[in-house]
Design a protein around this ligand. Structure first.
Ligand code: BGC
Length: 763
């Protein structure tokens, strides 16, 4: 896009021709979903709409909080489900479909993906987020952005940053140390921005370390633009702006929805008074104009949507996202023949729970219920018996419904029970207070399991993780489907009947109980602050560091077939010194069973010795390999330098400490199949030596050590003074040098220390 011919909009000319008031008007929307137009200079408005798993375009003149009805659109599986697919190619295709849905409706920016880290299972919006791991969130987030944007439609990467809870979300300060902020909470955003350049980034509602994300200069400009090279526009979350002038100065380009007559007037007044440099306003307005220009080709050619094809894709995506947690006695797939009976229990079999509530709620083009899909797909001559078993939204067991369900499963040849979280328990706007299924549902399961003679298969529909440890003994098989979108019912039928093999993997750990979660003691905070006390030990990083038993580990998921791993080969390319280190991890994976299936080969890196506390192992690469029975494939995963680095709070940068690193290839974070070691050479990066560095730090630095040694050399050239006394050096090693220099008779006075330190600085 050249500035003078930006899809029919001459950005330079428009900017030069606009009055201050017109420019101010462009830095906020004109209504809930549109940017402002400036007709006098030929600037049209464009529309933004939610996001992220389906288009939520409100008809003209929608309600005042933006949460009312919307035009029908394909409701794809929610992010909790898509995250469990571990399939970037699939997510890209879903993104393309979302882009087409937006394009045909003349929506220019889809407000997603949401890639905040699932810090706690209680976060009310976990269904809208991908994972507890930043690499998985980043890779799938980038795929979604690529897919949507390939259709000429923009995305909004959200919510930047550290928006990991709903409690007090418009004010709470997420107090996060520098290292977890970089390694866990920003890493996914960095990945998406640097690899996929979303058209827009949406700032979060909350404060980060005391400052509103909407006016956080370090986040919005220093990191996002100066470090990561973001070239798009920053939009506020809806209502996130507390001070429009401060927000603009920090790098927030577009306020949504607009605080009309207030924010624009404040910007004009601030420029007039000299408080705000007009150049800063121009920069933001230019970004709005660039967005408007980018949107024009799709608006001129909205294309068409094949609603059926999108529904089929939604079904495939739901299938790929379901996680088979357990399958004792090969309860699945169901094998049924003529004359046999399948008992289906649970209200969710006919009233699907398929998406979450709040700004992402889509009006689906169609909705498939598992019950009807099973009825349609079971072999001829199979009878399907249904009993709802409970009432949605009631926690008290209904004896009559339970008795009916017990009757339905008696003598049945297969028993499927659909359970899940009721819609009112998880939504944008509030967090959960526990992670249990409703008591009436677990009581129903216990009763049904006692009466059943066939294996009991439980199918779960929930957007955030539920505790399974206290009831899963009633289930022989457990299929976690998350909130699988409008075609989830068909996907459930496909998987239960073996028309496809499950291939999803957990994108978050299922703990034995909520109290085990690393954030438990500091979620959701109080008095306006939430302290991210677990540091980098989020999710599996925390469970593994404490070697805690869990119900199902990160990365876990079974298949109807089995896989064998072999032939691990590691190749080190480039170097840390040159900044281009890469390690190619190669292995073979073979389908050793009798059905087609897909294995997610996961590569974890472990740094056994490091000067900072690091997680036991961290996911650094993965590949989903689809294999026919007997087929094997060579899998290649390339790790870059970052895969070995931690964020150093002394040098304020990424540091790879040289030495041996373990590369572990696994089928989950706790099912490790192959291990190898690479030796990595890296220059030592230490904070510069100063007068307040400790004796230990001086001795660890070759130049500083030499300076001290020559100062304390006796006539024979031997090290003398206190340096000769090894035990003493050990005891006083953690003293800063300026304190030691103040000790009477120490042999090193302050002036000498200053001279040595100055010499080292010039070094
Ligand atoms: C949500 C965003 C959403 C926006 C517009 C906000 O309340 O946090 O995710 O895109 O509303 O609906």
């Amino acid at each position: 896009m050249t500035p003078h011919d930006a899809n029919g909009l001459d950005i330079d000319a428009a900017l030069a021709a606009m009055t201050l008031e017109e420019k101010a008007s462009l830095s906020l929307g004109s209504d809930f979903w549109h940017t402002a137009a400036v007709e006098r200079v030929g600037v049209p408005s464009v529309m933004l709409a939610d996001g992220p798993h389906g288009l939520r375009k409100q008809p003209e003149g929608g309600d005042h909080v933006g949460l009312g009805g919307s035009v029908p659109a394909t409701c794809f599986p929610t992010a909790a489900a898509l995250g469990s697919s571990w399939d970037a190619d699939l997510v890209r295709r879903v993104g393309e479909a979302l882009g087409r849905d937006a394009r045909v409706e003349r929506v220019s920016v889809l407000l997603g993906p949401g890639i905040n880290i699932k810090r706690s299972p209680l976060c009310g919006r976990n269904f809208e987020y991908l994972s507890e791991d930043p690499l998985l969130s980043g890779v799938l987030g980038a795929a979604m952005v690529d897919g949507v944007q390939s259709q000429g439609i923009g995305t909004s990467l959200k919510h930047y940053a550290a928006n990991n809870q709903e409690t007090d979300r418009l004010r709470v300060s997420a107090d996060v140390d520098e290292r977890p902020l970089r390694e866990i909470y920003l890493a996914g955003f960095e990945h998406v921005v640097t690899r996929a350049q979303p058209w827009t980034v949406m700032c979060a509602y909350n404060r980060v370390n005391g400052t509103y994300a909407s006016q956080h200069r370090w986040l919005l400009t220093a990191v996002l633009r100066d470090e990561w090279g973001f070239r798009g526009l920053v939009v506020s979350d809806w209502g996130a702006v507390a001070d429009r002038v401060a927000a603009l100065a920090a790098g927030l380009d577009l306020e949504m929805p607009p605080n009309l007559g207030v924010s624009d007037a404040a910007l004009v007044a601030a420029v007039r008074s000299g408080e705000l440099d007009e150049a800063a306003l121009d920069t933001s307005v230019r970004r709005v104009l660039e967005l408007v220009a980018r949107a024009q080709p799709a608006l001129a050619d909205p294309g068409e949507v094949d609603v059926e094809a999108h529904h089929d894709l939604a079904r495939q995506a739901a299938r790929e996202s379901a996680v088979l947690l357990k399958n004792e006695g090969v309860a699945l797939p169901l094998s049924l023949g003529a004359g046999q009976t399948l008992a289906v229990v649970g209200e969710m079999a006919r009233t699907p729970r398929y998406q979450g509530a709040g700004s992402s709620q889509v009006v689906p083009t169609r909705l498939d219920a598992a019950l009807h899909q099973l009825e349609a797909l079971v072999p001829d001559g199979v009878t399907v018996r249904f009993a709802p078993g409970h009432e949605l939204g009631s926690a008290e067991p209904d004896d009559a419904l339970v008795a009916e369900a017990v009757q339905a499963v008696r003598g049945a040849d297969a028993v499927v029970v659909l359970l899940g979280l009721p819609a009112e328990e998880e939504s944008e706007g509030f967090d959960r207070t526990h992670m249990d299924l409703p008591a009436d549902q677990t009581a129903l399961l216990a009763a049904v399991a006692e009466a059943a003679t066939a294996p009991v298969v439980v199918v779960l529909s929930n957007g955030s993780a539920v505790r399974v440890s206290d009831w899963e003994h009633h289930a022989d098989a457990l299929l976690e489907c998350w909130l699988p979108g409008q075609a989830g019912g068909g996907a459930i039928a496909d998987l239960l009947l073996g028309l496809a093999s499950p291939s999803g993997r957990l994108a978050e750990t299922l703990p034995l109980r909520l109290e085990d979660n690393p954030s438990y003691l500091s979620f959701p905070g109080d008095s306006g602050h939430v302290r991210y006390g677990e540091g980098v030990f989020v999710g599996y990083r925390g469970y593994d560091a404490r070697d805690q038993a869990v119900s199902y580990p990160f990365g876990h998921g079974l298949s109807y077939t089995t896989f064998a791993y072999g032939g691990l080969a590691l190749e080190v390319l480039g170097s840390v010194e040159a900044g281009d280190l890469r390690v190619v991890v190669r292995c073979t994976v073979a389908n050793t069973g009798e059905r087609s299936g897909a294995e997610v080969v996961q590569v974890y890196v472990r740094d056994p010795e490091c000067s900072v506390a690091r997680p036991v192992r961290e996911l650094k690469g993965f590949v989903k390999a689809r294999l026919a029975p007997g087929e094997s494939a060579l899998v290649d995963v390339e790790l870059d330098q970052r895969a070995f680095a931690y964020w150093s709070t002394t040098v304020h940068g990424w540091v790879v400490e040289g030495g041996a690193f373990e590369i572990v290839v696994g089928s989950s974070s706790r099912d490790l199949r192959l291990t190898g070691t690479v030796d990595i050479t890296a220059p030592t990066r230490r904070a510069p030596i100063s007068t307040t560095s400790t004796l230990e730090e001086w001795l660890a630095d070759p130049a500083a050590r030499a300076a001290l040694a020559s100062l304390f050399a006796d006539q024979a050239g031997q090290v003398g003074g206190f340096l000769a006394e090894g035990d003493l050096v050990k005891v006083i090693g953690n003293f800063p040098m300026d304190r030691l220099a103040a000790f009477p008779g120490f042999g090193l006075d302050r002036a000498t220390l200053d001279r040595l330190a100055a010499g080292l600085r010039q070094h």
